[in-house]
Design a protein around this ligand. Structure first.
Ligand code: SF4
Length: 295
């Protein structure tokens, strides 16, 4: 929001400071799930002993994002609401359907190396930038929302919207609603999980491709698989196609590659970003191989 205000892209009439709300708790619920307050700082969540031990994929994804200074200030709720870094969205000299609905998309025929290859439309190919959200998509998090009408919950996969014909609509939060916390389900096998981020430089850089994987392997065979991709989708991209390939399969590189082919089977390149199709496959195979090799 601050970045966009500095560029006169967002000019809010009013900004409400919610920092005094008590939404800073990370706690284990009686059913074993973890509740994370919307104002918990990214670094506090990344280094929380339960997250490090039981959900390494979430800790790793958080630590792969932004810089230490930003992680010390960025909140879980803010990360969920993060907006694209498509350069044309930030430059008012160019057409952008997300910024000005109906004005066109400069990225489709422009420089689109960092743009998306999954979930795109003829109106927008902007990538969702978050790392944390990729891990939360894989974990199947639940978002808790409050408004004057009372509380409601939403599965993580329904929170962010595909661009379709309305790329200016990015999430399912309604006017007057507030994210209060995120609930992570108890997944005993999430100790075998891993987040891999491939990017142009090792720090303070968005993903070209990333993968969050969780594997439950018994006697060499995969019982459960959770797979999500980042840096390639218009929203955090959980890939059920890859999960179906992996579930019941022997944990080996050949099956990981088959799963990666399935995950990217509907990908579409736009020129500068077409290399991401193969890059994302390799990223996923490496993430699965690393998780599969964990004890
Ligand atoms: Fe705007 Fe989306 Fe096109 Fe980027 S990809 S210029 S955000 S409409």
């Amino acid at each position: 929001m601050l970045d966009l205000m500095k560029l006169n892209i967002e000019i809010p009439k009013q900004v409400v400071d919610i920092n005094k709300l008590s939404l800073y708790q990370i706690e284990k619920l009686p059913n074993g799930n973890i509740s994370i307050g919307a104002l918990v700082k990214n670094s506090d969540l990344a280094y929380h002993p339960t997250i490090v031990k039981e959900y390494p994929v979430l800790s790793q994804a958080l630590l792969a994002g932004a810089s230490p200074q930003l992680r010390n200030m960025a909140s879980v709720g803010g990360n969920l609401m993060q907006r694209t870094r498509c350069p044309y969205f930030y430059n008012t000299d160019f057409a952008c359907n997300k910024r000005v609905p109906g004005s066109g998309c400069a990225a489709i025929d422009g420089y689109n190396r960092n743009n998306a290859i999954l979930g795109t439309s003829d109106k927008c190919i902007a990538t969702h930038p978050s790392d944390m959200c990729v891990a939360m998509a894989a974990l199947g998090a639940i978002i808790h929302i409050k408004s004057l009408n009372g509380p409601r919950t939403m599965p993580f996969g329904e929170f962010h919207l595909l661009p379709g014909q309305t790329p200016h609509l990015e999430h399912n939060l309604k006017q007057g609603e507030l994210i209060t916390h995120v609930e992570i389900p108890a997944i005993p096998y999430a100790t075998r999980s891993y987040y891999l981020k491939v990017r142009d430089r090792a720090s303070y850089e968005f993903a070209l491709a990333s993968a969050a994987v969780i594997l439950d392997i018994q006697n060499g065979r995969i019982q459960h698989a959770h797979v999500a991709l980042g840096g390639v989708g218009t929203k955090p991209w959980r890939t059920i196609l890859a999960e179906k390939v992996l579930t019941g399969a022997i944990a080996n590189e050949q099956n990981y590659r088959t799963a990666a082919e399935a995950a990217l089977s509907q990908a579409k390149g736009y020129g500068d970003n077409t290399f991401k199709i193969e890059l994302a496959k390799r990223t996923l195979v490496r993430a699965l191989t690393t998780a599969g090799g964990m004890s």
